[in-house]
Design a protein around this ligand. Structure first.
Ligand code: ZN
Length: 123
């Protein structure tokens, strides 16, 4: 019966799409749960956990925030900023960029806001 076949296909398709969407949502939820667990674990231990986008930390200058046009080749162990002339070991620069992005001052000076940080009232 042709009609029955057509209905079966129509029925199958949305189910399949829903399943893939659910799988995607489940994956997103799992990532979200992991982040949440990390943040909660940090809070429990009195740590201030901040999520930082890890992209291009090897391209940004930790001192002035300038971004190089090209990522450093892996063989290049030293970050040299063309904008402000800062020279630091690649890993150290990346780590500082992460701290700056998290809104922390890598130099540990208290009472200073990271550049561009909004006052709490405006956030
Ligand atoms: Zn710089």
């Amino acid at each position: 019966m042709t009609d029955h076949d057509a209905v079966a296909v129509e029925d199958f398709r949305p189910t399949f799409l829903a399943k893939t969407t659910m799988a995607r949502e489940a994956a997103d939820a799992a990532i979200g749960a992991t982040k949440k667990a990390l943040v909660e674990m940090g809070r429990k231990h009195g740590r201030d956990v901040r999520l930082v986008h890890p992209a291009r930390t090897t391209m940004d200058c930790a001192r002035c925030g300038a971004r190089t046009k090209h990522a450093l080749p892996l063989s290049e162990r030293t970050y040299t900023c063309a904008a402000c002339g800062a020279v630091s070991p690649r890993d150290k620069n990346s780590a500082r960029v992460m701290l700056v992005r998290a809104g922390l001052n890598p130099d540990g000076v208290e009472g200073t806001r990271p550049p561009g940080a909004l006052p709490l009232e405006a956030a």
